[in-house]
Design a protein around this ligand. Structure first.
Ligand SMILES: [Zn+2]
Length: 366
């Protein structure tokens, strides 16, 4: 039987959580990983309407693009919309998984999908994913303490790589030190050179649990002055990152491209800036908010940027640089891409996966 932990592992394979921006809050945000699942509901947001739909469908878990809980909560009460939703879901025994900037950035994720729908060949990231930093933590301990240190590190979340847990490496060697007069050495004697049969234990640690791992390892090792090194790692895979840039499969004017966007998104209206007759060969694409990518779009030599939303002055700046801007709406650009991603998720899981039919964008055209 599939559990929520199995679903998390499957989502992590399709859209690695470590690709999420450091400010994001992805993964299991509510619920019990051991809970068995038969039905999964996918939505952009967790709303009362989506919760009603989960009730009707008997979906034990909601996979939402936008995290229900973004920042640290100090209280979970019915005084806030988030608190009401979380308490309602928890009361019904449901879980919520967030796949947000990791899903935007992943190869085959939302930005790749939207680029494909625009007819962009060979899309590449506009910016490499900064992702969640990862570290290699190295600990030197007496041989007898290796098992305790490994257990402490793994227990705090170290050593997870894809579907594998408790990944680590250890090598034997000799540690040397000379305890000073003020020292209280766990091994050896003050004023005497010591040589100890040690193990160098190293393991991979996600930035989210680095503090917990270091604290656990420091408690488990015996030395008065722990020998722990932390190395930051350069991470993400080359194909993953924010936004996409690529060449259109055929040359179009900005006006034609805008028509394509409008049709693809099934939008009543979209916003366009720039000369409609501009010939577009290279286009930048970003689902949701393209804010912060305007510089990369201009540098990549794009003649147009298709995204959900931008600030007025970002549009003005791009237009002044000769880059046409097409804004399809935050909701529409993400919803259409998410709908196209859902079959991939369903193929990776042994549960019933359905896209929410009840949710509507919070902003409506009139
Ligand atoms: Zn969004």
């Amino acid at each position: 039987m599939t559990t929520i932990a199995d679903i998390l592992a499957a989502v992590d394979r399709l859209a690695p959580f470590r690709l999420a921006e450091a400010w994001d809050n992805v993964g299991l945000v509510l619920g019990d990983p051991a809970r068995q699942v038969r039905r999964l509901l996918v939505s952009l947001d967790v709303t009362e309407a989506v919760c009603d739909e989960a009730d009707r469908a008997g979906a034990e878990v909601i996979l939402a693009h936008h995290p229900l809980i973004f920042t640290g909560l100090e209280r979970l009460t019915t005084h806030t919309p988030t608190g009401r939703l979380a308490l309602r879901l928890a009361g019904a025994g449901r879980a919520v998984i967030a796949a947000h900037t990791n899903l935007d950035a992943a190869e085959g994720g939302l930005c790749d999908i939207l680029a494909g729908l625009m007819g962009v060949d060979d899309a590449k990231p506009l910016e490499a994913a900064s992702g969640t930093p990862r570290y290699k933590v190295v600990v030197f301990v007496p041989e007898a303490d290796l098992a305790a240190v490994q257990a402490a590190a793994f227990g705090a979340g170290a050593g997870r790589i894809g579907d594998y847990t408790e990944c680590g490496f250890s090598a034997a060697g000799a540690g040397t030190f000379l305890p000073g007069e003020g020292a209280e050495p766990a091994v050896g004697t003050k004023g005497e050179r010591s040589r100890v049969a040690e193990r160098r234990f190293e393991t991979l640690v996600d930035g989210r649990c680095l503090g917990a791992v270091l604290a656990a390892v420091a408690r488990a090792q015996p030395y008065e002055e722990p020998a722990i090194d932390v190395y930051p790692l350069h991470a993400p895979r080359a194909g993953a990152g924010q936004g996409r840039v690529g060449r259109l499969s055929d040359c179009r004017t900005l006006a034609q491209l805008a028509d394509n966007v409008k049709e693809t998104l099934d939008a009543r209206a979209i916003h366009v800036a720039g000369d409609p007759e501009t010939v577009v060969e290279t286009v930048g694409v970003c689902t949701g908010s393209g804010g912060g990518l305007a510089g990369a779009v201009a540098e990549a030599g794009c003649q147009a940027f298709v995204t959900g939303e931008l600030k007025y002055h970002e549009v003005q700046d791009l237009a002044a640089r000769g880059v046409g801007v097409i804004l399809g709406g935050h909701y529409r650009t993400e919803r259409v891409a998410l709908e196209a991603w859902v079959p991939r998720l369903a193929a990776a899981l042994d549960v019933e996966v359905r896209m929410s039919e009840s949710e509507r964008g919070v902003i409506q055209m009139r």
